[in-house]
Design a protein around this ligand. Structure first.
Ligand code: COA
Length: 329
């Protein structure tokens, strides 16, 4: 793409609810163990919102931190894009609630749904608006209350998910954290591998949908596991090749945190040391589209990556969808 401007991430922020749900807590609720969950997923604990807290509440906290980090006022934001599969309600959009709570009165606002790959999708949209010169300041938020759509009687899914939010501010390049490329992919023929069946126009809410627990995540874990590895490897390799790089040129892989075994298998296929992948799944589980911006915030605040390093964000999720983005830190 011929950019008129370079687009950079000028601020990062995240927010995790305080309440911790450990593997031991789960083992008191259903037939599982800390050992099984740790070995099969790498997850030790996850954060869970209190009753009455919605995705926009987490998003606002993360956004305020990102705006502060970028030294940008809410009134200076031109557009808010919220990536979420756990919106406050079906409509209006969660980003409109965020807009109101932030007092971002000059901003347009819309939600984007690409499941766990959604944050990088939204980053790609933000980059295009900024690079074309159409907008100066875009706030991108990944925010999820996964606990609200998780079936805590289903041990094969409830161990995986957690709540949280992360946000970034995208503006014209300032020489730091430049978004070099973004790649997006999808395969709707495999939509049924990971979905929330009811509550939309196909299967509206009814007594039957509630009785059949159809308002919770349904996951075909083994198949998703395989597809995640294939597509994460592919989208990293493609990003490298199309930018005349080798995969070993990436200083860090910042993957969506879905399962430690998925990440380690992808690293092995890429012939990269697993230490190059940023991992925090042990503390937060899978927070869907919030996982990458939460990791970016930890990396930035912890000084984990030196300025000038090259990182690649890589995500995979329901849809199926996948995405990657090279960032010059
Ligand atoms: N505790 C104990 N045993 C469990 C369990 C739990 N929480 N969950 C499943 N089991 C059991 C199963 O019942 C099965 O028992 P069986 O052999 O007697 O039938 C056994 O463990 C193996 O189950 P299986 O589903 O084959 O395990 P797995 O190794 O595939 O791990 C997932 C299951 C869900 C952890 C794994 O498939 C996964 O992470 N998939 C990707 C999911 C994902 O990340 N989705 C989001 C993508 S963004």
């Amino acid at each position: 793409m011929d950019n008129e401007y370079k687009a950079s991430i000028t601020g990062v922020g995240s927010f995790l609810p305080e309440k911790v749900l450990t593997n031991d807590d789960l083992s008191k609720m259903l037939d599982t163990t800390d050992e099984w969950i740790t070995k099969r997923t790498g997850i030790k604990e996850r954060r869970i919102v209190e009753n009455g807290v919605a995705a926009s509440d987490l998003a606002v906290e993360a956004s305020l931190r990102a705006l502060d980090d970028a030294n940008v006022l809410p009134t200076e934001v031109d557009l808010i894009i919220a990536s979420t599969i756990t919106p406050d309600c079906l409509f209006p959009s969660t980003s409109c609630y965020i807009q109101e709570k932030l007092g971002a009165r000059n901003a347009g606002a819309f939600d984007l749904l690409a499941a766990c790959a959604g944050f990088v999708y939204a980053l790609s949209v933000a980059r295009s608006f900024v690079a074309s010169g159409a907008m100066k300041t875009v706030l991108v938020v990944g925010t999820e209350c996964m606990s609200k759509i998780t079936d805590y009687t289903d041990r094969s899914t409830c161990i995986l998910f957690g709540d949280g939010a992360g946000a970034v501010v995208v503006q014209q390049g300032n020489g730091r954290r430049e978004i070099i490329t973004t790649y997006l992919g999808s395969d709707g023929s495999q939509a049924e591998l990971l979905m929330l069946p009811a509550g939309g126009s196909r299967l509206p809410a009814s007594h039957e949908t509630v009785d059949s627990r159809s308002h919770y995540i349904k996951l075909r874990g083994k198949e998703v596991f395989k597809q995640a590895i294939i597509n994460m490897v592919d989208v990293i390799t493609r990003a490298a090749t199309e930018n005349n790089m080798r995969v070993e040129d990436f200083d860090m892989i910042i993957p969506h945190q879905s399962n430690i075994r998925i990440i380690e298998a992808a690293m092995e296929k890429l012939k990269l040391p697993k230490e190059k992948a940023y991992i925090n799944i042990d503390r937060y589980g899978n927070t869907s589209s919030a996982s990458i911006p939460i990791a970016m915030d930890e990396i930035e605040k912890g000084g984990v990556l030196k300025p000038g390093s090259t990182a690649i964000l890589v995500a995979f999720g329901g849809g199926l969808t996948w995405s990657s983005s090279i960032i010059k830190w």
